[in-house]
Design a protein around this ligand. Structure first.
Ligand SMILES: [Fe+2]
Length: 536
């Protein structure tokens, strides 16, 4: 790592002090100038029922999101969110303070009717390395106030960076207390690593609340209503308003265990791609992602890079859209994830197979090669470390849906990191509904081989865990796993400075309790220059 540059002060303490005041900005406005901003077709109802969000930070701006939805769960597919008609104008305000006293930018923007009246406002021309606050105004109504952030300018290095990361929020299986407690921590950024929602209906296990439409989401109207219902959750809405977000997805935003155009259940990929197009569009309509991510049919570019001067770089990856066909794929019975041995399925080892896809893989290599950052974070959906189960006959079985289904891609990436001496690589992931801290090895089958990167996997926000024993009894067969726990729901945080990265696994007391408390389950430190975490 390079020596730290002059410190850019963080505004985090000021943010904490002023946050309470920002919350007071919610409500209906009466000022004449504001009343003239747009014509209402929601007849006195609040159009900002789904809140606001900021994301995609750049050194001079960010993307601001909202969606006009006076009737957010409208059952009529022709009036999504209760909105009819064409694009609707609204106004926005961006300020240097949480009470919006020092407005630095105001203007007009459009909600796009083709994207269910969502707004994706790419703002540019602002100062680097700081927070801004914003709101939207339309026809007499004002949204709640949200916080956005700009990245440091190139050459400017913040003293520290504080992140939260979350995954696997099942609305039916638990409350989102993890989101509330993460918002309380006021991190600089939150990274959503996928399974932001669940497309299916849980008919088998204990649930605390129901998806209101009672059907599996499989079409544009049903995906839209699923997102709308999640966004009406007060804890999730608050987290988005108070903390800017980086967004990537896993499988449940579309369908369980899909890989590119291969679905566990659809035998005809063209049929599945129609469903994927609907799911991707609904995702775009609800996320603070930049114009680059505007979907084209069943394609949507999500992977992206975010640099924090010489302190850190975050590569946000897409682990689903570009995958090679699952090894030994045979829908409908062997379409989804399953355990595979090398005898049953030698195809798993085929060096041409990739989880990231050739183009994204190349993009990652280029970004890692030219990185001057002290910490290089790869943020993606699924666990990267090898996980093997030794069977009674001595064969080893591997799960096909995470990086274990694509070992050649994992080896290429880790060997590249080792050969290029990428500074402090840290992989974060989710999907598996349990906490993991892993050494990522140059050769997983040789425990004495070098640890080339550190991995932290966060547990689910609320989705049910796998039985603990499923994994616990095989830990000895995977000596690179430093920590595993599946009993608790929650989130994880990372705090980086020039010398160390501190990771904390935060656990809520009970995801079935809407007022759950939070505590630290485990914490780890990674020292600059030494891959592999140490428990603290
Ligand atoms: Fe999940």
């Amino acid at each position: 790592m390079k020596p730290p540059k002059p410190h850019v002060p963080t505004d985090i303490n000021r943010r904490r002090l002023l946050r309470q005041g920002a919350a007071l900005g919610i409500g209906i406005l009466a000022a004449p100038a504001i009343l003239s901003a747009g014509r209402s077709n929601w007849h006195g109802r609040d159009p900002f029922t789904l809140g606001v969000a900021a994301g995609a930070p750049a050194p001079d701006g960010f993307t601001l999101w909202t969606r006009l939805a006076p009737d957010p769960l409208s059952a009529d597919p022709h009036t999504p969110g209760g909105m009819s008609g064409g694009n609707t104008g609204l106004r926005y305000e961006i300020a240097a303070d949480p009470q919006l006293r020092r407005i630095v930018r105001r203007g007009d923007c459009l909600s796009e009717s083709q994207f269910s009246h969502s707004v994706h406002l790419d703002v540019r021309g602002l100062a680097p390395g700081r927070s801004y606050w914003y709101r939207f105004i339309s026809a007499g109504s004002a949204s709640r106030i949200g916080r956005a952030m700009t990245l440091p300018a190139p050459g400017q290095t913040p003293q520290r960076l504080r992140l939260g990361f979350v995954s696997c929020a099942n609305y039916e299986q638990g409350y989102f207390s993890a989101y509330r407690h993460l918002a309380d921590e006021d991190p600089d950024l939150v990274i959503f690593l996928g399974d932001y929602l669940y497309e299916y209906i849980d008919r088998k296990s204990a649930t605390v609340r129901r998806h209101s439409d009672g059907v599996e989401a499989d079409s544009l109207p049903t995906y839209r209503n699923r997102y709308a219902q999640y966004r009406m959750d007060a804890d999730l809405q608050r987290l988005h308003a108070e903390v800017p977000a980086l967004m990537t997805w896993d499988d449940h935003e579309v369908e369980n265990d899909y890989a590119d155009k291969w679905s566990p259940r659809f035998i005809d990929p063209r049929q599945f791609l129609r469903r994927r197009a609907a799911a991707y569009q609904a995702y775009y309509e609800h996320m603070p992602v930049r114009a680059l991510s505007r979907p084209r049919g069943a394609s949507m570019r999500l992977y992206d890079e975010f640099r924090f001067g010489d302190l850190a770089q975050i590569l946000l990856l897409d682990g689903r859209q570009y995958r090679s066909k699952p090894a030994c794929y045979a829908p409908p019975n062997r379409g989804g994830a399953h355990a595979q041995t090398n005898v049953e399925c030698p195809e798993r080892l085929d060096p041409s197979r990739s989880l990231l896809g050739a183009r994204q893989e190349q993009w990652v290599f280029e970004r890692l090669q030219r990185s001057s950052s002290g910490w290089n974070v790869l943020a993606q959906d699924v666990m990267m470390a090898q996980w093997q189960r030794v069977l009674a006959d001595g064969e080893r079985a591997y799960w096909s849906d995470d990086w274990n289904g694509y070992p050649a891609n994992r080896e290429r990436l880790l060997r590249f990191i080792q050969a290029q001496r990428v500074a402090n690589p840290v992989v974060i992931g989710g999907d598996i509904h349990s906490y993991w801290c892993n050494d990522l090895k140059a050769d997983f089958n040789d425990p004495s081989s070098a640890t080339v990167a550190t991995e932290f996997v966060g547990t689910s926000v609320s989705a049910h865990p796998p039985p603990r024993e499923t994994f616990a009894r095989h830990l000895a067969e995977n000596p690179h796993v430093r920590y595993f726990e599946s009993q608790m729901r929650g989130y994880a945080t990372l705090e980086m400075d020039a010398g160390n990265l501190h990771a904390r696994f935060r656990a809520v007391s009970d995801a079935k309790d809407p007022l759950a408390s939070v505590s630290t389950l485990k914490s780890f430190v990674v020292e600059n220059g030494r891959a592999g975490a140490v428990e603290t």
